[in-house]
Design a protein around this ligand. Structure first.
Ligand code: ADP
Ligand code: ADP
Length: 228
């Protein structure tokens, strides 16, 4: 459903962050992009929803060139979770999750039901957390809200850029397990960036290895582990 063909990114200062990357991912696949800091992972992700425009090559979603899709609409149809999720501090948890559905003009009741459902989905009791503010939640709980927010408008693709990078190992381990369950349940396409191989092996249906802006290899964890 998502295809990169010879995609490159040269930033305004002339730096080539991504060089001729090719891959294709299937609907419902969990792809993990791994590589050292500066290898072009975030740039690759952000080109999918056009937060960063690519310089050359073609990115298509279901055969549609992303450059021909309306930018705001594209972003609203692709959920995005980042390390420092930046929940709005002066909005309640419920309001934070409701932002995109409100932009889409859903009616109030539908939004309330959806927020309720999403909080339960990410393991937070709606009765307890809906009316709290982000600073009243732990880092792990805030990240759960970030995932709920990304899922709010029922996007087909969820992009996650080191969402668990700032969490302690135990919380991180727990959220990884929950994310796997969520992926199996929702059957959505997940693209997840990390620089942690254990995390990549645990989560990915396939793992794409990046270095110096190039995609070195893309394979299942089994193949990566068992082939020289
Ligand atoms: P990663 O996510 O793998 O850490 P990034 O995609 O963030 O890598 O960055 C890839 C390279 O592009 C890095 O060397 C980074 O310094 C550079 N880069 C990122 N953003 C910009 C920018 N706006 N202008 C110039 N260079 C950038
Ligand atoms: P536009 O530039 O068309 O106004 P925005 O940049 O406001 O669009 O983004 C539209 C939607 O995409 C927002 O509702 C927001 O949730 C999401 N989005 C955009 N950038 C990010 C980001 N860096 N992190 C998380 N979500 C983002």
């Amino acid at each position: 459903m998502l295809k990169f063909e010879n995609v490159s990114k040269v930033y305004d200062d002339g730096f080539q962050a991504v060089s001729s990357v090719n891959f294709e991912i299937q609907e419902g696949e969990f792809l993990v992009i791994i590589g050292p800091s500066g290898s072009g992972k975030s740039t690759t992700m952000k080109m999918i929803n056009r937060m960063i425009p690519h310089t050359s090559g073609t990115i298509t979603i279901d055969g549609n060139d992303v450059t021909k899709l309306n930018a705001a609409e594209l972003r609203r149809n692709i959920g995005y979770v980042i390390q420092h999720i930046g929940l709005f501090p002066h909005y309640t948890i419920a309001k934070n999750i409701a932002i995109v559905p409100e932009l889409k003009g859903w009616d109030k009741e539908k939004i309330n039901d959806r927020v309720h459902e999403l909080l339960k989905m990410v393991g937070l009791d709606p009765e307890v957390y809906s009316d709290r503010y982000p600073k009243e939640l732990s880092g792990g709980q805030q990240q759960r809200v970030g995932v709920a927010r990304a899922l709010a408008s029922n996007p087909r693709v969820i992009l996650m850029d080191e969402p668990f990078g700032a969490l302690d190992p135990l919380t991180r381990d727990q959220l990884q397990g929950e994310l796997i369950s969520l992926h199996q349940k929702l059957k959505k396409t997940f693209v997840f960036v990390t620089h942690d191989m254990d995390e990549a092996l645990k989560l990915g249906d396939r793992i794409a290895i990046m270095k110096d802006g190039k995609l070195l290899q893309i394979d299942t964890p089994e193949k990566l582990l068992h082939e020289p």
